[in-house]
Design a protein around this ligand. Structure first.
Ligand code: SF4
Length: 396
């Protein structure tokens, strides 16, 4: 039996608003910021002739003002924003006719959870094609047998009919859609059909996969789709360490699959069409980003670590003293394979869920009384009365 990697990272509690927003913009040397500001200026000068809602106009004006402040090296207020480096790269790729749409979406995505603004739809939605996974990673809820065993009732695949219902409603309302959550999406046999159904509908369609089931057919399906981002979840640089984290995973297989993916990407598709990211969860102090980059840089555009949250023990973690409002309640929503809707995947057994997307709209659920009750509990600094929020470290 494979020896498991020890989790020895203390989960980070994000506290308060950090002044990460304070960015000096050197317009002389940063060409992309300059281009972005020029485009924004044109939009701003013509704002009354554009078919924009009041909300959209306010956001555009706010970003314009933020850029002017950044230009003068003034600190930005909490509700102000300029594009970060990652967004500037997206700006470069985006069709300029979609620029206002993009700015509005990024503002909502970045700011609404911080400012606790409730929009009529969540800025981001996660739809899981399946909750089944072929891996049992040490830091994942799939390691909890009461969740992942077949007889638990939690396992299953989303029907195309339900997928279509959700997509039809959110088309034009939500821009950021992630096809993944608790399971491995490539296990759903209808994934190709789902991807095709999403075509031309979203600005930020993303899929996360462990890459273990890639083959020629599904690689073409991913690369020919409208996915803006493909994330391969890989946490280590070599066989020994990888297989200690990604239980059931075979390092050689991943390597082979990524080689095939890149061969097809290079020969049949435009490389700049999508962002491919290799993303690991840092659960052990010995995981090293530079070594990860050295191993994987030729297989992806970005190699990164995300912060560890103790998902594998959501319901057993000690009760903590965090009393800040959880940003997930304003930012994201999760639709499970069976239609159950949940505010987050930390609560992977959906104890917070009161809703099903089969019989209610996403908009009605997001604005429903039980959802607002949960938000109010957090606002009143009473998250310690809610299970599993009282064991969770998520803030904004
Ligand atoms: S468990 Fe509660 S605090 Fe944690 S992410 Fe979910 S809603 Fe937020």
């Amino acid at each position: 039996m494979t020896e498991k990697m020890k989790i020895n990272i203390t989960p980070l509690k994000k506290k308060g608003f950090k002044s990460e927003n304070f960015t000096f913009v050197d317009f002389k040397t940063n060409k992309l910021h300059q281009e972005c500001f020029d485009t924004l200026t044109k939009i701003k000068n013509d704002i009354d002739n554009q078919n924009l809602s009041n909300k959209e106009k306010i956001i555009i004006n706010k970003i314009f003002k933020s850029y002017k402040k950044a230009f003068n090296s003034e600190e930005l207020a909490e509700d102000e924003m300029i594009l970060n480096n990652h967004e500037l790269l997206e700006f470069k790729k985006i069709n300029k006719k979609d620029f206002v749409r993009y700015l509005v979406y990024r503002y909502k995505y970045n700011k609404y959870s911080q400012l606790k603004i409730l929009d009529e739809y969540p800025p981001c939605i996660n739809i899981e094609p399946t909750s089944v996974c072929n891996y049992r990673c040490v830091m994942c809820y799939q390691a909890d047998k009461t969740f992942s065993k077949k007889s638990s009732g939690f396992m299953g695949n989303m029907s195309f009919e339900l997928f279509k219902k959700v997509i039809d409603e959110i088309n034009g309302k939500i821009e950021a859609v992630t096809l993944a959550s608790r399971g491995e999406p490539t296990l759903n046999k209808e994934l190709d059909k789902m991807l095709k159904y999403c075509e031309k509908k979203f600005l930020a369609l993303k899929l996360n996969t462990n890459a273990s089931l890639l083959n020629e057919k599904n690689i073409h399906s991913l690369l020919s789709s409208d996915l803006q981002t493909i994330v391969f979840s890989i946490d280590e640089k070599n066989k020994e360490n990888y297989e200690k984290i990604r239980i059931n995973g075979k390092f050689e297989k991943i390597l082979k699959n990524l080689e095939l993916f890149n061969k097809i990407r290079d020969t049949k598709y435009n490389r700049s069409d999508k962002v491919v990211r290799i993303s690991g969860v840092k659960i052990n102090k010995n995981q090293n980003l530079d070594e990860m980059k050295a191993q994987w840089k030729d297989y992806a555009d970005i190699v990164a670590f995300t912060n560890y949250q103790p998902w594998e023990s959501s319901y057993d973690n000690p009760v903590n003293d965090i009393d800040r409002v959880c940003g997930e309640l304003y930012n994201s929503m999760y639709v499970w394979w069976d239609g159950k809707v949940n505010p987050c995947d930390f609560d992977y057994k959906s104890t917070l869920s009161k809703w099903n997307a089969k019989d209610k709209s996403i908009k009605d659920i997001w604005n429903s009384e039980p959802y607002n009750f949960l938000r109010q509990k957090h606002i009143n600094q009473q998250r310690s009365s809610i299970e599993p929020c009282k064991r969770c470290i998520s803030t904004s």
